[in-house]
Structure formats: C-alpha cells, structure tokens
Design a protein around this ligand. Sequence first.
Ligand code: BMA
Length: 323
Amino acid sequence: MELSFILLLILFGHQDDVCYGHEWSRLDGDTTYRSCIHDVTGQYPQLIGFDLGGMELGQPCNLDSVPFTLIRQEIIRQDKRGGRVTVSWHARHPLTGGTAWDTTSCMTMALDTQSAVHDTLVHYISRVAQFIASVPTTSPLIFRPWHENSGNWFWWGRHACDSTEYQQLWHLTRTIFDQYNVQVEWVFSPDKLTQYDASPQGALREMTDYYPGDEYVDIIGTDCYHFGGEEGTEDYLYRAHRQLSAAAALAEQHHKRLAFTETGNEGIRCAHWYTRVLLPLCHAYPIEYVHVWRNAWDIETHYYLPYSHHSEREDFIQFIHQL
Ligand code: BMA
C-alpha cells in the first residue's frame, strides 16, 4: 500500500519578539539576549516581525523606539537560525509629517509626479528599499506595506484613496524596490471588509478591488483582532472567518500563498484563547503563518503573547504543539 500525506506547517510569528517583552527591554543597549517566545516555549520564534516606521525620516529608531541597528542585527540573527522575518511599515505622512494615523488627504499629490509630496514619498520608499537591500539574508524578507488599507485609520486607507490610487501606490513602491534590486516576498493584507454587502461575495469583491495585481503580490493575508473579552468572541470569529475566507478565495483564484498576517487578543482576556479561538481558525484555512502583535514593555495591558508566568502560558504551549 502506498502511503502519502501532506505535512502542513503553519509558522507562528510575534512582533518585536527579541527586542522587548512584557516588563523587559533590550532597547537601552542591554545585551542580555531574550525572546518572548523562547521564555515560554524554550524555542526561538519561527517568524519575527519588525516595523520600519520612522526609517523614512532617517530616524535612528522606529515608532516603538526600536533602534534600526538592533532590527538589522536581529533580522540577520533570525535568518541565520533558519527563521523567517516579516516587515511592516507604519510610514509617516508624506504631506504633514504626521504619523501613519494622520488621515489628512494626500494621495492625489503623492501620486502626481510633478508634486513635492510625490518626491517625499519616493524618498521615503527609497530609504526603506535601501535598508532592506543592505541586510544580508538567505531567505527573502516578507514585506507587508500599505497594510489594513480597507480600514480608515491610515493615510493610505480606503477613505483616502480609491482602488486605482491604492494600486498605483503599490506599483510605485515596487518600481523603487526594483531600482534598488530588492528581492522580497510581497504581502497584501487588508483588514475589515465592510464596503459592500455582508455576503462572502461582497468581501471578496472588496479585496479584489484593491488587489495590486499578480506581478506585485506573493502572499495574500488579512489583519483581524479580537477586541474585548469573551463577549467579543462571536464578533471576532465572524470577522476573521469573513476576511480569511475572502483572502483564501482570492489567493486560490490568483495562485498565491495565504497568511493570517496580524491577529491577537490584547491582554489575552479570554481563557484558553489560543487553543479555543485561534487554533480552529488557523486550521480552517491553508495559511502559511499566523502572526501576533507585540508585547510592549511599557504598556501594562498591551501584550498578545503570554509571558513567563502568565496564566495562559500552558494554553499557548498546547497551541504551538497543535498548530
Ligand atoms: C499598534 C500598537 C502601537 C504601535 C503600532 C506600531 O498596534 O502596538 O503601540 O506603535 O502598532 O507598532
């Protein structure tokens, strides 16, 4: 009898995992090596996320005070361990200089090659491209620009640019990356899908509208968070299934890979959240990885991974074993 089986491996990722965690930080130059995931499981993360927000201005640290020198060092270290790295970018506003969350309209100017705002944006993208090009890795970085575009909280969000402009923003980004010969795996990751009706077709249509195109994307994913405690579970599962289904359908149509690019329950306010809520979601779709957000060292409740003595530690270990 011939035995054949498919081994499905889902990588687990954590933002800033080796830079700081709940109540510890290496940001002040502390050289003691530490990892949030290693603290809990005894193993280093398969995937680590870093954010380049602030690099476009030439700042030494990102928007969460992580020095870019540390990010470079940890990207290389993670790559040498055989792990993967995903990079997001909360880019500053090219017109006002405000944060990524400054929703002042600027897209028409940013895409107009005659405009000074366009020059600024090109400069911003070039700085990020040059940084990535300068980090020697054997595996390409998983680059996830202009994320959560279906929401209305970033300057590249749905309220701020139509689908054509959003696609042009991607094309511009790619053109500049190509100029610097940067090889990355490109991830398209919208968040909530509420533009059309509540049907699965409405969700797929919205994702399709903004999809940058087959030549520009390698992985299709989505960001979706569980807000609140137990009372938020139903709503989270509804949104997560809606978004992951749409992402999976789009990925299948376009022969792309699939991922759950950002998720989490801030402060892990639900008992057994990892095995009871997240695990079944991960197993319902052919995702390549699932990524949870950071454990801030300086915001008591802003964490997504159980830390050493957290009551959900055992549940997380079970989750990792079953993922
Ligand atoms: C958000 C929060 C913020 C942070 C931002 C970029 O979700 O974690 O505190 O500045 O991501 O990492």
